[in-house]
Design a protein. Sequence first.
Length: 140
Amino acid sequence: MSLFNSMQNTMQQLSRKVMLSWQAKVVEKAIRELPEAKRREAALLTLAELESTAHVPASQSPNDTTPLPNPARGNAAQLAFERVRSRLQPIRLRGLATWIAVVYHETRDSADEGFQGVHRDVLGLIAELKASMPAQKAAA
């Protein structure tokens, strides 16, 4: 790998970390602005998304510069984030759930401190959503 490619990959990773960190703050604000009933709905959607996206391979690991052959996740986080900013609440709720699930799986196994920080932010968002659910459903 050439020096240019190495620098380019480093810059892309740095840009990705900064973007995901900023998006996590926007998602957190969107969650806090939800009424309690809609927050519970978002929690259920998020748990379902976490389970369904667990079986989809990532398009590229944050620590790996070699794209994987299955780009099933592709730009899912960016598309979901755009939905988080929608005026339509059902679209916003689905965007919240999808963004959290995709970024959770993208950052889960990263050895990079920046991505680990984003992962901790996402875990906090999941905990905040779970706290809005009745005790027996949140434990499941």
